[in-house]
Design a protein around this ligand. Structure first.
Ligand code: NDP
Length: 251
């Protein structure tokens, strides 16, 4: 039921952090994994790790914020692996500034990476999934899909958008047997949160004290939920957003 054997998955930002945790989990369950990112050294390392563990993976360089780059990347994945069965829109970034300090360029950079890219990938891959009458799309949101955040307002706006876009695609594409869901990670130890932990240790401590599970998550904590949403076990689950957060969001 959870088998991903021979399924082709494409994971944006699969070369590090949460995306790599999901990529490793998918490979363990038999998927042929397309790792998508910009940093070639990180891509090579993530690819090697999967291959060394007996899995199948190949990396593809892409800037997810560029429509041309996304189109080219999907064509390359199709040429290498065939059509895409599972799409994980995970690549993300943030800028820590109050709303009144955000420049138009700041706003665009975060929205393009976190939200517009989700539309670019989903709308192109949809055509392949529609033909097969089958597909799984998993979008990575955040605790800030739920909460506001004075210090990362554009990040929160983008992640709120991810959840609404997820619901909209789920409704639009249900008739084609395409399931679209989000995962909302809590506080996970990755490059993205390293700066926060280093530069704001007291705030980071406050976060830790507020997590009922008593610890920050690690990238592999996300793999199980992603495997569920990528597999036939979730064929009647669509449009939902699942927090994977050690109960942070219900406190
Ligand atoms: P990382 O910084 O470790 O990973 C971000 C990934 O996104 C990198 O692999 C990076 O690849 C890729 N990426 C960023 N911009 C682009 C771009 N323009 N084109 C292609 N790839 C890009 O952070 P996380 O693993 O923590 O973040 C993954 C997702 O999880 C993000 O969407 C983030 O918002 C979300 N998230 C993270 C949380 C956490 O606590 N860590 C909590 C909630 C949500 P490269 O280095 O090659 O550019």
């Amino acid at each position: 039921m959870f088998d991903l054997k021979d399924k082709v998955s494409l994971i944006t930002g699969g070369n590090g952090g949460i995306g790599e945790g999901i990529a490793n989990g998918f490979a363990d369950f038999g998927s042929r994994v397309a790792i998508v990112g910009r940093d070639e050294a990180k891509c090579k390392k993530a690819q090697e790790k999967i291959i060394n563990n007996g899995g199948e993976a190949k990396y593809f360089l892409c800037d997810v914020a560029s429509y041309e780059s996304v189109k080219d990347c999907i064509s390359e994945v199709n040429n290498e692996f065939g059509s895409i069965d599972i799409l994980v829109n995970n690549a993300g970034t943030t800028i820590r500034k109050a709303p009144h300090d955000l420049s138009p360029a700041d706003w665009k950079a975060v929205m393009d990476t976190n939200l517009t890219s989700v539309h670019y990938f989903s709308s192109i891959v949809f055509n392949q999934m529609k033909k097969k009458k089958s597909g799984k799309i998993i979008n990575i949101g955040s605790m800030f899909s739920i909460f506001g955040a004075a210090h990362v307002p554009v990040y929160a706006a983008s992640k709120g958008g991810v959840v609404q876009y997820t619901k909209s695609c789920a409704i639009a594409w249900a008739e084609f047997n395409i399931q679209v869901n989000s995962i909302l990670p809590g506080y996970i130890t990755t490059n993205l949160t390293d700066g926060f932990r280093k530069n704001f240790p007291e705030d980071a401590e406050l976060v830790t004290s507020r997590i009922p599970a008593g610890r920050w998550g690690v990238p592999s904590d996300l793999a199980g939920t992603a495997i569920f949403l990528a597999s036939s076990a979730s064929d009647y689950v669509t449009g939902t957003s699942i927090p994977v957060d050690g109960a942070y969001s219900i406190r």
